[in-house]
Design a protein. Sequence first.
Length: 150
Amino acid sequence: MAASHIGTHDRNPRPLADASGTVSIEFAVLFPVFLALLFGVIVFGAQYSVRIALTYAAAEGGRAAMAGLDDAERRMLASAAVQGTLESLAPLVDPAEADIQIAFANQDDGEEITVSIGYSDHRFARLPFVPSLEGLAPVTVRYLVTDPLG
């Protein structure tokens, strides 16, 4: 009886211990998930950089507008500053896709200058899971210009 048991044990030595293809299967399953996460981080970083660049351009427009003496000069200075900033950031931001709005409002203690930049660039939304930038609210910066003499 002992001899027949030894014979069956030698023919099939531990069939579940062979793991030669396990690493390949795990790699094939996890590599697409890793790539999706990696590209998601890259695309999110690029979109975030665009928003930071638009905020910087709007702030530059507001700063330039404060130097003007009247609304026409302020609008011209703000527009030139925003356009120049967007053109300097041209690989990241497409200036043709920017919608620049400059508004003035009289306040009790001075004049408020509002610079808004709406942006609708579709370069980042080529992948199906990447959202487009066109649904986002425009970047808005407000400055209050007051008379220092009172």
